[in-house]
Design a protein around this ligand. Sequence first.
Ligand code: FEO
Ligand code: CA
Ligand code: CA
Length: 613
Amino acid sequence: MPTMPTFADVLRARLSRRSFLTSGLAAAGLGWLGPAAWASSPLGFAGVPASTADALVVPGGYVAEVLYAWGDPISDGPAFKPDASNTVDDQLRQAGMHHDGMRFFPLPAGQTGSTHGLLAVNHEYTDDGLLHPDGMLTWTAEKVRKSQAAHGVSVIEVQMDRDRWRVIRPSRYARRVTAATPMGLTGPAAGHPWMQTAADPAGRTVLGTMSNCAMGYTPWGTYLTCEENFQFYFVNESGSVPALQQRYDINERGGGYRWHEFDERFDAARHPNEPNRFGWVVEIDPFDPSRPPVKHTALGRFKHEGAALAVAPDQRVAFYMGDDARFEYVYKFVSRDPAGPSALEHGRLYAARFDADGTGVWLELAPGQNGLDAGAGFPSQAEICVAPRLAGEIAGATRMDRPEWIAVHPLTGEAYCALSFNETRGQAGRPGPDPANPRADNVYGHIIRWRERGGDPTATRFEWDVFILCGDPTSADPARRGDIKGDVFGSPDGLWVDGRGVLWIQTDVSTRLLHKGDYAGMGNNQMLAADPVTREVRRFLTGPRGCEITGATGTPDGRTLFVNIQHPGETPSERSNPATPKGVSAWPEGPAGGRPRSATVVIRRADGGVIGA
Ligand code: FEO
Ligand code: CA
Ligand code: CA
């Protein structure tokens, strides 16, 4: 595979010639990596066309197989029933719904093998129209418990045997973490009065994790699952929603999950602190099913997309994190201690300000810094960690167009952040365009990137540029054309940089928008590869109808790629009609199956080569 060292070597050589310590203005003026230098593209596959087929399409020479679909047993458990009649106890031993971020951990632990390992997989949310035989036509405590059991995380053991991956059953590692699993709290907010509830007066033990969107991992071998849209599970019908709940979008309607009808802790009027116990980064040891998950409050509470690791020269760890909502912030956590099992318990939290000259500042969110003090409502770090949105506002962080996944380039240390879209930018009463979010009515989104001063992830200043403005080059409106060099896409969400340094982009065009208006002709959701140097983009995969593509992780040898197909068959309402479960999609089983199922797929090259090369 000669492409692999060539690409990395050229990139390293190029970067060593550039001074990252020059002024931001100079760096911005020079451009990022200069003109293209290598003779051949690192993208060695034949791109696939946009598609509206109810199929997963990969390039010629590649093979994609379903590995782990909603309802599949994690170990020697019950089989999936196509009419969705599996019980709560079945679901507790089966794959949850709506697979999202994930990570491959080689076995043995700490090694770099590529044929055997653990997959930690997020199950972000449920479509209760598909989860129960009659959907939500009736509503019971049993259905709430099944919905909660279908949320959370799976850990499964996987192995490749004669070029085919399979789930190992039974496995001593197999585990489900759900929206009811007991877990601990660490950091400044653990035990704080805002975390105390009737069921947990100490404020130190939470039941469950949910809205597990993107992810992260640590150098010490643990998985981070990140809680995003937790507000949808709460309802506050008091008529006077507290300001803190309002700032986190809790209201009288909720997201339609109806958990509060049978599980009173989701009644945010009766239990106003319960929402404060969600919206965190949660650490799971995939190698030890007996070890409880832990929510780390030092990393802040918001609609976490993911937590992207960067290790500093002094071995402290930094995590870049997006708060996925319109006009919310990009954050960074820097640990106090070097990488190690307690490094997520203490550290500094920052929010990003992107300045017009191509530089930026990490604004520390701490008492005594950036206008944050008792008078502003922040007597201690605990309140800041529970409400970093309020702190970031006071500090003057830049309001972004929905910060989604962030990926750190392993060779350059540059961080790439997907901003999926914000059609409300520039509307009356809303912020207008700014240099980092340059378009009003930003229906296609963009990808921004930054590089820390001195190449040190603990730095408080950085340089940034816009990597790609997404768009439709055929649009009559110049502002909507974007600047993509190659295959067209919009609504970037998942990002991952592979070991060769190729940036992979996954799209999440809302099912409300797919195939219509601005997204007419752009096909189903897709996954593309981008060359960070030339900015060339090539479409690698298209998903079945109504799905989002998310979660990407590879084996260390680069020869196996795992990708999640989330919510195939989703309707614009995001809840299916139980009478017509296959109304939009019948993927993956086709007509023989009972209903569409989110699934982890394995992608390999028929010749066993490196993915994408
Ligand atoms: Fe769960 Fe922002 O995607
Ligand atoms: Ca996402
Ligand atoms: Ca999403």
